[in-house]
Design a protein around this ligand. Structure first.
Ligand code: SAH
Length: 354
């Protein structure tokens, strides 16, 4: 539960609502998951809670460490399925990349997670549990340091197709009584689920990233098939709505660089036209290969040329460094262990939870 739910729940038990704050601090700041150790709760309440509730975490199965310091955890969420969570340390920050679904129902054909198929949404506890486990593994609860300064919902899954759980999880990430990250440091990335985006504009002040990858429909229909349902014009309208509801914020556009596919000069010009009037910045992601992938990474010269065109047009553009490639932890390489229930993009699945 996020703070609002927890407060309402304590209220329904006839308890004072500040118990919610106490509980959150124990769990997310002290790392305590045994209510009997929560010494500022009355003994009677501790006993009642230990009989009627449990605080359960998903389980780390394996950890891989990259030569560049990136760490990837395989996390079991049920008997059959595992997801992946990645920590990327940098000089001035540490970014945790978390998953929102077991697999993904979108069928972006340059993404390894898509090839795994889709099983189910993650529960709120499975989403926030990744943050808790990473904090524990990185020593946060022991020494009080904060190795995780940023969280991105850029792991497995499409966050806006698991709307309610994702919203509560980001509330906990940004809640001062829980993980307390600033809203500028929590980023939700979406392939473009328009109804979810409209709702998010109203419900949250989280930072937004859009996986665009193509600036015209014929190509985006192929690369990001949800575009057939929510074409670029509709997506841009929703993004504008989000931008208008969050004045002063910058929206990140992610653009994977696929050799000979979306990396021409003309593509860069189209991209400029599309986003020029928005408070936008662009992350160019050199394509990360995986077994069975149909694409190649654009050359460094092509990526630099593409970036130049955007920069000349006044759009801040960063080429993302590939991190954790040697342990398959880079963008689009997360596969986990997914028992797929639906391999293909299906209209009826898209939007069931938004
Ligand atoms: N479903 C959400 C969250 C995933 S974010 C979304 O699409 O935004 C993961 C990012 O990595 C997305 O921008 C995705 O398009 C990109 N990506 C996927 N496969 C990739 C690959 N093989 N190489 C580089 N980037 C990739």
């Amino acid at each position: 539960m996020d703070r609002a739910n927890l407060a309402a729940w304590f209220d329904s038990l006839g308890e004072r609502v500040f118990r919610a704050d106490q509980l959150l601090k124990w769990i997310y700041q002290q790392g305590v998951t045994d209510v009997r150790q929560m010494t500022n709760l009355s003994k009677a309440l501790r006993e009642a809670l230990s009989e009627t509730t449990c605080i359960r975490l998903p389980e780390i199965v394996t950890e891989k460490r990259s030569a560049d310091g990136t760490r990837k955890w395989l996390i079991r969420v049920d008997e059959q399925n595992c997801i992946e969570t990645v920590f990327i340390p940098e000089k001035d920050r540490g970014t945790l990349c978390i998953s929102s679904q077991v697999g993904c129902p979108l069928d972006c054909n340059f993404c390894s997670t898509a090839k795994q198929g889709f099983n189910r949404n993650l529960s709120l506890s499975e989403i926030i549990g990744q943050v808790w486990l990473a904090n524990q593994a990185l020593g946060h609860f022991q020494d009080g340091e904060r190795p995780i300064s940023n969280i991105v919902l850029m792991g497995m899954g499409e966050p806006l197709l698991n709307y309610d759980n994702v919203l509560k999880a980001i509330n906990l990430m940004m809640d001062d009584r829980a993980f307390g990250l600033s809203r500028k440091r929590v980023t939700l990335s979406t392939a473009g689920v328009v109804p979810g985006l409209m709702k998010l504009s109203r419900d949250s002040s989280v930072s937004l990233a859009i996986s665009l990858h193509a600036a015209y429909d014929e190509l985006r229909d192929v690369l990001v098939p949800i575009n057939r349902k929510y074409p670029i014009a509709a997506l841009m309208e929703a993004i504008r709505h989000f931008a208008d509801s969050h004045p002063g914020d910058t929206i990140t556009f992610e653009y994977v660089m696929l050799d000979g596919v979306n990396d021409h000069i003309e593509d860069a010009n189209r991209l400029v036209k599309l986003i020029r009037s928005l408070p936008a910045k662009v992350n160019l992601i050199p394509f990360n290969p995986f077994p069975g992938a149909d694409y190649q990474r654009s050359s460094t010269e092509t990526i630099d040329r593409f970036r130049e065109i955007l920069m000349k047009a006044g759009i801040i553009t960063i080429t993302r460094k590939t991190r954790g490639g040697d342990i398959d932890a880079a963008c689009g390489q997360l596969a986990g262990q997914v028992i797929s229930r639906a391999r293909k993009f299906q209209d009826k699945q898209i939007g069931i939870s938004v």
